[in-house]
Write a new protein. Structure first.
Lengths: 246, 397
């Protein structure tokens, strides 16, 4: 049995006095496309922020590649992160956004950084966009640029927060294809939060579903399997897009 | 005033009754006994009937004093639109608020869909106990606690910044020195015209106001001392700090606030950068470097303003003014102003960046924090000014 890339044990998290998740434990295998699911307000994005290391849990442990309590600042990034809005630095061009961390954390000459930037932008289908400002990009292009930035350090793990939110169906489908290609081609482990059922069934290999009422994980496994086999009415309701009662 | 309002309200009610009578196309029959009321509605009820319906509702409410339950029978309604359904749902809420059971019954499928849409079949929710409004003492207490919390957060941020600065000395590469230059340009060079204009006018006004008093005692020449010492020790640094607060302080808070709500600060952290060293330190360094230069400029133009007034209204020639100035201003006056300017610049950068990075809640949050930053900075400037004045006087400077 291989060691999981991410190991979460008895994790409790929340904001202030509000507890969103209690004693959650799960693993993410290498090469997985792992999806965090659940209704609005159940703590999906908060869980992702904890996995990334942006927030400290109330209790419990998170380890990535066997290293606990990931330290973000003061060192080159260990993994890539794409935020919901893309979060590109608005004062920099797309190329500068992608090459920014490379310039700061490596001794690579400027030409080499430029070459890497071009390669990363080509990888996400944005060749020739390096001199554009984020404001000149569409929503889908911003997200692609954010993935290129996240991929700058050749990470083996990438976190995506609602990658298809706010995109038209074509852009969303293209982004799904990109995620699948990165996973299959580079062996990239993907952890993502999404609501989009089409994306979930298309790209998801494994998932966990969070429940706001019980503040726990109510389902784990392959989303395509859970869709048909789960006996939990909350899981079926989610996958079958049924409106809530009362 | 009240009578006029009452008259207007009464005229409005009369017009409403008239319109209601003319337009009513539906039926409203009240049956049952005192305790079990049944209201049977019929016909077609659309927005044109809303005035009549509203009037009926108003009349019915007063008839329900002894009722324990009310049924609103919709079976004879041919058609009802959303506006009138909303009025009926409102009526039902009013009835329920009087602790009387009230339900819609018997609507046709078409009518039931609208009833459902407007939450007509939802069970009555227990009303939340509303918190009593806080009294004056409680409000003052809350406000005081909020101010103390704010001060605590600023001091906490200051502590983090000091620790980060000490650690940055060991590893200066982690500080974003690239942004110091642009900050100096924006906060310094770009602010020069407004600093010149404001301080020239301040010097001018001060000389003008004091000249009227000094003339009476034949002490015209002392206008030089008054303007020069006030500008160098007090007004030059303070007015410049206020201008920096309005321009750069607000800009820093809004910039960092926008970066915070658009997740750019989080993105920066995930790329390994420390917001304190990457965003805060360059802004603070930039301000601390340019503030003394702006204050020297402010001193010079403020004194020039005084010289213009002295020459035009007090017959003090520029040469006499400069000779008097030489004896009036000591180096310690200028130095104390410069020391203040550094402290003011540090406070402006510290508070504006702290407020910016504490932003949450989208565009509204950015606006709130920017306003908060400017107010806190102005308060801090006055407090710091008082502290420095007392300290420097104690040191004989």
């Amino acid at each position: 049995m291989t060691t999981p890339l991410i190991r979460v044990r008895e994790l409790s998290l929340g904001h202030g006095h509000t507890v969103l998740l209690e004693n959650a434990s799960f693993d993410v295998a290498r090469g997985d496309i792992f999806i965090i699911l659940g209704g609005s307000g159940c703590g999906k994005s908060t869980l992702l922020r904890h996995l990334i290391g942006l927030e400290t849990p109330l209790s419990g442990k998170i380890s990535i590649s066997g290293i606990g309590a990931p330290r973000l600042e003061g060192a080159a990034p260990r993994y890539g992160v794409m935020f919901q809005s893309g979060a590109l630095f608005s004062s920099m061009t797309v190329g500068e956004n992608v090459g920014f961390a490379l310039q700061e954390w490596t001794e690579l000459p400027a030409e080499e950084v430029s070459a890497i930037v071009r390669a990363k932008l080509t990888l996400v289908g944005l060749e020739g966009a390096e001199n554009k400002l984020p404001a000149e990009l569409s929503g889908g292009m911003k997200k692609r640029a954010a993935i290129a930035r996240a991929m700058a350090f050749e990470p083996s793990l990438i976190f995506l927060d609602e990658p298809s939110a706010g995109l038209d169906p074509v852009s969303a489908a293209e982004l799904d294809e990109l995620i699948l290609a990165l996973n299959a081609g580079l062996g990239l482990t993907v952890v993502m939060v999404t609501h989009e059922l089409e994306s979930i069934f298309k790209v998801g290999k494994n998932c966990i579903m969070l429940d706001r009422e019980t503040r726990s994980i109510i389902a784990t496994g392959d989303p395509n399997h859970l869709r048909t086999e789960s006996e939990d009415p909350r899981v079926r309701q989610f996958f079958n897009r049924e409106a809530g009662g009362a | 005033m009240t009578k006029t309002r009452e008259k207007a309200a009464s005229r409005f009610d009369e017009r409403l009754s008239l319109v209601a009578g003319l337009l009513q196309r539906f039926t409203w029959e009240s049956t049952g006994n005192e305790q079990m009321k049944r209201i049977e509605l019929g016909g077609s009820i659309t927005i044109d009937d809303s005035a009549a319906l509203w009037k009926r509702i108003g009349e019915s409410i007063s008839d329900l004093k002894d009722a324990r339950s009310v049924e609103i029978d919709l079976s004879r309604i041919r058609m009802i639109d959303g506006a009138c359904m909303a009025l009926l749902v409102h009526f039902r809420s009013d009835v329920r608020a009087r602790r009387i059971r009230c339900e819609f019954v018997g609507g046709a499928a078409e009518v039931e869909r609208i009833v459902d849409l407007y939450g007509g079949h939802k069970k009555a929710k227990r009303k939340r106990t509303e918190r009593e409004p806080a009294n004056a003492v409680e409000q003052v207490g809350d406000a005081t606690l909020a101010v103390l919390r704010e001060i605590q957060q600023i001091l906490d941020f200051f502590g983090q910044l000091v620790v980060s600065a000490i650690l940055a000395v060991k590893n200066p590469k982690t500080v974003n020195f690239h942004d110091v230059g642009p900050t100096m340009e924006r906060a310094g060079a770009d602010a020069a015209p407004i600093v010149v204009l404001i301080n020239f006018l301040i010097g001018l006004v001060m000389a003008y106001q004091s000249s009227a008093q000094l003339k009476q005692f034949g002490a015209n020449i002392y206008v030089v001392d008054l303007v020069a010492v006030s500008m160098t020790r007090e007004l030059g640094p303070l007015m410049t700090a206020i201008i920096i607060c309005g321009r750069s302080g607000a800009a820093f808070a809004a910039e960092l606030g926008t970066m915070q709500v658009s997740e750019e600060v989080d993105a920066l952290r995930t790329l390994g950068f420390m917001p304190l060293r990457h965003l805060v330190m360059p802004r603070m360094l930039g301000l601390i470097v340019v503030a003394p230069f702006l204050v020297l400029l402010a001193d010079a133009v403020g004194i020039t303003g005084g010289m213009v007034v002295a020459a035009t209204t007090l017959d003090i020639t520029p040469t006499s003014f400069l000779i008097q100035l030489k004896g009036a201003v000591k180096p310690s006056d200028i130095i104390s102003g410069l020391v203040k300017s550094v402290a003011f610049a540090g406070a402006i950068a510290l508070i504006s960046c702290q407020q910016g990075l504490a932003t949450s809640g989208g565009a509204e949050g950015v606006g709130r924090r920017t306003t908060g930053a400017v107010v806190s900075i102005l308060f801090a400037l006055v407090v710091l000014d008082a502290i420095f004045t007392i300290l420097l006087a104690g040191l004989g400077l």
